[in-house]
Design a protein around this ligand. Structure first.
Ligand code: GLU
Length: 266
């Protein structure tokens, strides 16, 4: 299937759209919606994969901390997803954009009838200039949160699958880190962002996972896995800091931003 030059999937992590107290970072969300609307005006079709439901729900439910118990996580996701969509609808509405919510589970990609429906829904939304906003259906599924039997186990991998399903040409992952570093930036002050990666090698993966933990460089290992999958399907992947969503303009103008993982020739 050919890659659509004009389709871009953008993934935002919880840390980009919430603040330290776990509440929605209204300013960041507004900036994100404004930049995405501006890029859409330039003729691109956009799909947003947004995390944040559990954190936002936990904040709204006034839980002392992010829940550990699965049923409480699912309850928080139910509350937070509603809040997030309310805010996305409101902010995108200010820029005259329509949004549609798509909540997904592994079965939506694995079951042929469901995946066909999913493709059709993405196409219909995009043809009508509606921005699909995707998350895992956390309140009824817990693959992301707990299970081992899964095609995707986090929103990084989910965003790669969505990019493949939508025939996107580019996947942009907004993180709380500037890109893939050549060392661990938390312990090595000389660590630098690698601007271009042609091949995701085992060596790169071990740099990304730091000292055996995927937390050392800000969850970079799941991003590398997502990048590996998407690039193997001909999709460029860009990982950069979500603090400044205006960077989207630079990215589509092919300026040097974050780390670019170059798509494989198809
Ligand atoms: N689906 C989770 C949420 O919305 C986030 C999981 C992730 O960040 O990978 O809270």
């Amino acid at each position: 299937m050919s890659v659509s030059k004009k389709r871009i999937v953008v993934k935002v992590g919880t840390s980009t759209i919430t603040n330290d107290s776990g509440n929605v970072d209204i300013r960041s969300l507004d900036h994100l919606c404004r930049a995405l609307s501006g890029v859409e005006n330039l003729g691109y079709d956009l799909v947003l994969v947004s995390s944040g439901a559990i954190a936002v729900g936990a904040g709204k439910m006034r839980l002392a901390q992010k829940p550990k118990e699965i049923r409480l996580k699912q309850a928080a996701a139910a509350v937070g997803q509603t809040e997030l969509m309310h805010l996305y609808d409101k902010f995108f509405g200010e820029y005259n954009r329509m949004v549609g919510q798509i909540l997904l589970d592994n079965a939506d990609f694995c079951n042929p009838a469901r995946s066909e429906n999913l493709k059709n829904t993405f196409d219909a939304l995009l043809e009508n200039h509606i921005i699909p906003i995707v998350n895992e259906n956390d309140s009824v599924s817990h693959t992301e949160i707990e299970s081992d039997k899964k095609l995707f186990s986090d929103n990084d991998m989910l965003s790669a699958l969505v990019a493949i399903f939508c025939n996107a040409s580019k996947l942009i992952i907004f993180s709380d880190i500037d890109g893939l570093y050549d060392g661990n930036p938390k312990t090595d002050p000389n660590a630098k962002v690698i601007s271009r990666v042609e091949e995701i090698t085992e060596e790169l993966k071990s740099v990304a996972s730091g000292s055996g933990s995927n937390r050392g460089t800000g969850g970079m290992i799941t991003k590398l896995e997502a990048a590996e999958l998407a690039t193997s399907h001909g999709i460029d992947v860009l990982i950069t800091n979500g603090k400044n969503p205006e960077k989207l303009y630079d990215i589509i103008e092919k300026k040097k931003v974050g780390t670019l993982f170059v798509a494989k020739e198809q």
